[in-house]
Design a protein around this ligand. Structure first.
Ligand SMILES: Nc1ncnc2c1ncn2[C@@H]1O[C@H](COP(=O)(O)OP(=O)(O)OP(=O)(O)O)[C@@H](O)[C@H]1O
Ligand SMILES: [Mg+2]
Length: 230
């Protein structure tokens, strides 16, 4: 479904991605792991057209490299950035409405989101800007799903959240998995990533240093020590 080959990206003169290869099959959950600063978020941004890059990015046979982000979104890729991205002056429900790609919800609807995140229902008429960090994260996830993406790229959804909210987000990811949505999950928390993924990549400095199943990674102490543990 998503095939990335030899992705290279620069910020000015600094060469950040050195030939990233990755793929995600339809219905597959794939995690992208790695230490801070190795280029995981840059990889996500390059795929959805927010960072200039060279290489090959194919999604359902379409070449994404020259497309603007809104076209990529319309092809069916959702993106949840690492900095909770809400419209602060709009209400929770208005934020959800802005996630829709057509006037009526197709796959996911408001009630699905309020069932998964009851707190959003309680605060549906509240301005999003006054929500807590955890609530803003829930809203960002929910808004992205309102667009009914076939593949969703989620960048560190549990970072900095209290354990109870982390569990809510994990439940949300499990529901996506149950519905057959493809996910590229960028995570630091190994337990969640290994539980829900079919496959994992570990990124070193700008390229992949490991690809395998969660069990392969559990068994590979060398990779964990060299590229994951701090
Ligand atoms: N806008 C930018 N301008 C210049 N350098 C950047 C920019 N964004 C990221 N970088 C640099 O590119 C490298 C990769 O950053 P990236 O955000 O992709 O890392 P990451 O793996 O997502 O790590 P983390 O999210 O844990 O910080 C880092 O060295 C970072 O400092
Ligand atoms: Mg990042």
């Amino acid at each position: 479904m998503l095939n990335v080959r030899n992705l290279q990206a620069y910020y000015g003169k600094s060469h950040v991605l050195h030939g990233v290869d990755l793929n995600v099959q339809k219905g597959e959950i794939v995690s992208l792991l790695g230490r801070n600063g190795v280029g995981r978020s840059t990889t996500a941004k390059a795929i959805i057209g927010l960072v200039e890059c060279t290489g090959e990015i194919l999604f359902k046979g379409n070449d994404l490299t020259q497309l603007p982000t809104y076209r990529i979104a319309h092809l069916g890729i959702g993106y949840v950035p690492e900095n909770r991205d809400i419209f602060p002056t709009l209400t929770v429900e208005e934020n959800l409405t802005l996630g829709l790609k057509s006037r009526t919800p197709t796959g996911w609807n408001y009630e699905d989101m309020y069932r998964l995140f009851p707190r959003l229902k309680e605060r549906r008429s509240t301005q999003a800007g006054v929500l807590s960090g955890g609530e803003q994260q829930m809203l960002t996830l929910a808004r992205t799903m309102m667009g009914d993406p076939e593949l969703v790229i989620i960048d560190e959804p549990t970072e900095g959240l209290a354990p109870m909210i982390v569990e809510l987000v994990a439940g949300f990811l499990r529901e996506l998995k149950g519905r057959g949505t493809s996910i590229l999950l960028i995570e630091q928390k190994l337990t969640i990533a290994l539980e829900i993924s079919q496959r994992v990549y570990v990124m070193g400095h700008g390229h992949m240093v490991f690809e395998g199943t969660p069990d392969d990674l559990r068994r590979n102490k060398l990779v964990r020590q060299e590229w994951l543990e701090v």
